[in-house]
Design a protein around this ligand. Structure first.
Ligand code: ADP
Length: 279
């Protein structure tokens, strides 16, 4: 696999008024993301996840170090649209991402801005809407839809721009459990179709669905590995007051009571499988 995103010694500071020190949100962080991979980024509130995400498609530019998307330096103005088209972003609040009063116009907005031919835009809109199971809503007003449906429209808007990578910044945070599940299924389908996925989440059961988890703490990478490798570090994760998936917590408690559960058991399904062997 080749890399699609390369972050080299990146730092990011938010300037504040005169006499206040800038906020160091990201500190000397380096990371590569492989094309076609599914990476979850987790960390406490304020650890720098959103700042990192916005630096991955040029919405923010690093104040130190470099970010490359498909080899383009995000600070290179000449390639900012190449960067934005390659790496799309989906945010937490779908209301802030919807711009039109008709669903299909909304989904067409991105490709229109990219100057895509109108005939092709129609095809892309239909395909993107069907990929999020919202084809039948194309003539509706987004404002009449549920939070989960609105988020699916926002995702379709990004998909219609044919990105190679989509960065999801807590896309399910405002949704009910059913809406969350639907969005996670769509994210997995997009990944299966070959799109590189970067998912920022504070739901551990979502993070375990990725093939790599990066824990960010105080603007730095704290842990990086497969879900199995990362959640094996139970004590380390707890030391920064971060949660672990429920199955990991339960397995740990069982171990303390003398039940030998392998460290790679990190999902509820895995735990059930393991325990049921001994019935
Ligand atoms: P997370 O997404 O992990 O919650 P953020 O990237 O939002 O973290 O924030 C990282 C740090 O930067 C925090 O200390 C936060 O208060 C600060 N921060 C975020 N946005 C701004 C801003 N626009 N101006 C000043 N400080 C900010």
């Amino acid at each position: 696999m080749s890399e699609i995103i390369r972050i080299e010694n990146m730092s990011f500071e938010y300037e504040r008024d005169e006499d206040r020190e800038p906020v160091k949100a990201i500190r000397d962080l380096s990371l590569c993301v492989e094309k076609g991979s599914f990476t979850a980024i987790i960390g406490k509130n304020g650890s720098g996840k959103s700042t990192l995400a916005k630096n991955l498609n040029g919405l923010l530019l690093p104040t130190g170090g470099k970010v490359f998307v498909k080899g383009w330096d995000t600070a290179d103005e000449e390639h900012i649209w190449d960067v934005r088209q390659t790496a799309g972003m989906v945010f937490q609040n779908p209301d802030n991402q919807l711009v039109s009063s008709i669903v299909e116009d909304d989904v067409a907005f991105g490709p229109e801005n990219l100057g895509v031919d109108p005939v092709e835009i129609r095809q892309r809109v239909d395909k993107a809407l069907s990929s999020v199971n919202m084809g039948e809503y194309k003539n509706k007003s987004p404002h009449l839809l549920s939070g989960g449906q609105k988020q699916r429209i926002a995702i379709a808007g990004v998909v219609a721009m044919k990105p190679e990578c989509i960065i999801f910044d807590e896309p399910t945070a405002m949704l009910d459990p059913r809406g969350r599940q639907e969005i996670m299924d769509i994210i997995e389908e997009l990944h299966d179709e070959g799109i590189t996925v970067i998912l920022i989440t504070h739901f551990m059961d979502e993070a375990v669905r990725a093939d790599r988890i990066v824990i960010v703490n105080e603007g730095r990478i704290f842990l990086d590995g497969t879900p199995g490798e990362v959640f094996r570090e139970y004590d380390l994760i707890k030391s920064i007051s971060l949660d672990v998936p429920m199955a990991v917590e339960l397995a740990q408690r069982l171990r303390k009571r003398g039940v030998k559960i392998p460290e790679d058991v990190i999902t509820s399904e895995g735990l059930v499988e393991y325990v049921c062997q001994y019935r």
